[in-house]
Design a protein. Structure first.
Length: 132
């Protein structure tokens, strides 16, 4: 004789909402703290380029702040970098520039990658089409 099925104490709808909620919370924790690249403006200045990069990061002070952004080729070769020397706790988002950047003439696209002192490099790169 078959045993009667025990009723699940949590209805299916609530289990689904709970599962989705836990997934979203885990995803939020996994990406919390990474530097976000909000905008990049590139201007040609003679035979070099000027990069204006706007970053957002929840800087907390000297132990946790966005400390660097780099210009990279598609293969990941670092072409230039801008070191950020201090936290920007009360200045978010913030823009910093780098002039005199020489990019090989065969490249028409580069990528910006940013880093913070606690999490290292952000998982995403920002694709930039270079001006003619």
């Amino acid at each position: 004789m078959k045993q009667p099925r025990k009723a699940n104490p949590v209805p299916i709808g609530r289990r689904l909402i709970l599962a989705v909620g836990l997934f979203c919370a885990a995803a939020s924790v996994a990406s919390a703290g990474e530097v976000e690249i909000n905008a990049v403006v590139v201007e040609r200045q003679g035979d070099s380029l000027r990069f204006d990069v706007t970053l957002f990061h929840q800087d907390e002070g000297w132990d946790h702040y966005a400390d660097l952004w780099q210009v990279e080729s598609q293969s990941g070769k670092v072409l230039a970098e801008r070191v950020l020397l201090h936290p920007h706790v009360n200045e978010q988002p913030f823009k910093r520039s780098l002039s005199g950047v020489k990019i090989p003439s065969e490249l028409n696209v580069v990528f910006i990658r940013a880093r913070d002192t606690r999490h290292g490099f952000a998982s995403n790169r920002y694709k930039v089409q270079l001006p003619d």
